[in-house]
Design a protein around this ligand. Structure first.
Ligand code: SF4
Length: 500
């Protein structure tokens, strides 16, 4: 497993975050791309749905919640319908089981080479290292994943895995690893990758992919991509394996429309992904294309445990990546700082929960959950942007607060946090002292702020705060309140009776 997304536990986020904040290129690439996608997301939903956008989110939330509440029934229906189409369905309780199933299928076909389409769950279960150890060469066919593969790197965003790299880095990698001529032209770079891959699709013994949705009524998987690499991965090799988390189930095609409307718009501000492909079973008599064998590996790896917990809502996630693009913390620290293939706000709550629910059964897991990822719930400003962006209305800030409370109960919060809150409470219970303390802080901040440059219509900004505030101003300025305080305003309002 790549240590960037499967680090030694307990995981310490701070050194990675510090390094990311100092990395000017990463700041530029991740900051620009996420800001652009987030702005475009707002624009396309406003243009296409206007005030109905919230209703669409509500429908998607309720549809996914229904599926989670009836998961056992939908699983049975999916298995029956997929088998009717000639597919083979396997249940993998753990990551190790999922890899073992894949290796058994590969052995049965004496497979030595594999073409793989983008899939987060295969990252999660560690499929590539398992294939590598068994002598099976695997080619990542998603362009971003391919570049990361030849660089020995790991994805840092759910949807745009190489968000932290640019075309210069890609050009250098292609010269070094593929012997290509140097070019920074995106079309030429794509053509180089395409040329490298084309023959390998035809020669591969095995195709592997993930899936965005499983349709219980049809026994099919739905795969949304932009590059067409999935269709080649399923169309070329004689055997195809779809790895999919059980939470991807919905009732059927009748429930698919809201998700297709939301998925690409939320992730990349496209009305639809370029390809929306369906996989059902192997090729039928008279058909010329498609695999002769199709396997679905339904992965639990902690999901049943999450479903039984108070965090079951997290399983509604459709991996659109919108919460990452909207998050001010993700934009600064990038994906590798989270130590998981699931980065950003959803990763901050899902990673510890999946780890806990696996109880040590997953690769590199111990089951300690939050204790292993104590930094993640604190990697948030609790601004609520992730909830606003989420197409299935997962209340991520609520779960972040929940985890912070659990950390505190278990004595896993920094001592300074407890002391600060205790001091705050002590002061808040003594109004006269509280007023004096707030007045002193305002006076001190104003003195510091006035020594700094003044901008923004006369408002003072502090560019380097002293003591514990230094961390805050390391990567942003702190606005100093120079006007009337709320308490003064409120008292004056009461006297004048004015409503302002
Ligand atoms: S939590 Fe919501 S916004 Fe974030 S990836 Fe999942 S579905 Fe998208």
């Amino acid at each position: 497993m790549n240590e960037l997304i499967a680090p030694k536990l307990p995981f310490d986020m701070k050194p990675r975050a510090r390094e990311a904040v100092r990395d000017l290129k990463l700041q530029q690439f991740v900051g620009n791309a996420t800001h652009l996608k987030d702005t475009q997301r707002g624009g396309i939903f406003g243009r296409d749905f206007g005030p109905d956008y919230d209703d669409l989110r509500t429908v998607a939330r309720d549809t996914k919640q229904y599926a989670l509440d009836h998961l056992d029934e939908l699983l049975e229906r999916f298995i029956a319908n997929a088998e009717k189409s000639g597919a083979k369905v396997h249940a993998a309780a753990t990551a190790a089981d999922a890899c073992a199933i894949a290796l058994e299928i590969a052995r049965a076909h004496a497979a030595k080479s594999c073409v793989k389409s983008k899939s987060m769950v295969t990252e999660e279960i560690g499929l590539l290292p398992a294939f590598e150890a068994a002598g099976i060469t695997t080619l990542e066919t998603d362009l971003g994943e391919f570049i990361l593969q030849i660089d020995g790197d790991a994805p840092s965003h759910i949807v745009t895995p190489m968000i932290h790299k640019d075309r210069v880095a890609t050009a250098r990698s292609f010269v070094r690893e593929l012997g290509a001529r140097y070019t920074e032209d995106p079309t030429e770079l794509t053509m180089i990758a395409r040329e490298h891959m084309r023959g390998l699709y035809r020669a591969a013994d095995l195709g592997v992919s993930g899936a965005n949705f499983l349709l219980a009524d049809e026994g099919s998987a739905v795969i949304c991509t932009n590059e067409g690499n999935f269709d080649l991965s399923v169309g070329g090799p004689p055997v195809h394996i779809v790895f999919v988390g059980i939470e991807k189930l919905i009732r059927g095609a009748r429930d698919l429309a809201p998700f297709l409307k939301l998925l690409a718009r939320s992730g990349t501000a496209q009305p639809l992904t370029v390809y929306t492909s369906f996989v059902r079973g192997p090729r039928r008599a008279g058909e010329h294309g498609g695999p002769k064998e199709v396997h679905f590996v339904l992965v639990d790896a902690g999901r049943v445990g999450v479903l039984a917990s108070e965090k079951r809502d997290l399983l509604r996630c459709i991996r659109c990546g919108a919460c990452l693009n909207a998050c001010p913390v993700y934009r600064k620290v990038g994906g590798h700082s989270y130590g998981s293939m699931y980065a950003g706000p959803i990763g901050a709550v899902l990673t510890p929960e999946l780890e806990r629910a696996q109880g040590g059964a997953g690769a590199g897991t111990s089951g300690a959950g939050l204790a292993n990822y104590a930094d993640l719930p604190r990697a948030s400003s609790l601004c609520g942007a992730c909830y606003e962006a989420c197409p299935v209305k997962i209340d991520i800030p609520k779960f972040l607060m929940h985890d912070r409370a659990r950390l505190r109960e278990r004595g896993l919060s920094p001592k300074s946090e407890g002391a600060t809150l205790a001091l705050w409470r002590w002061l808040a219970e003594r109004p006269a002292l509280f007023r004096m303390a707030i007045g002193a802080v305002r006076l001190h901040a104003r003195m510091l702020g006035q020594a700094e440059k003044t901008k923004d219509g006369g408002r003072a900004w502090l560019t380097s705060a002293p003591g514990p505030g230094a961390g805050w101003t390391q990567s942003r300025d702190l606005g100093i309140a120079t006007g009337e305080s709320f308490r003064d305003w409120f008292a004056g309002r009461g006297r004048s009776g004015a409503s302002r």
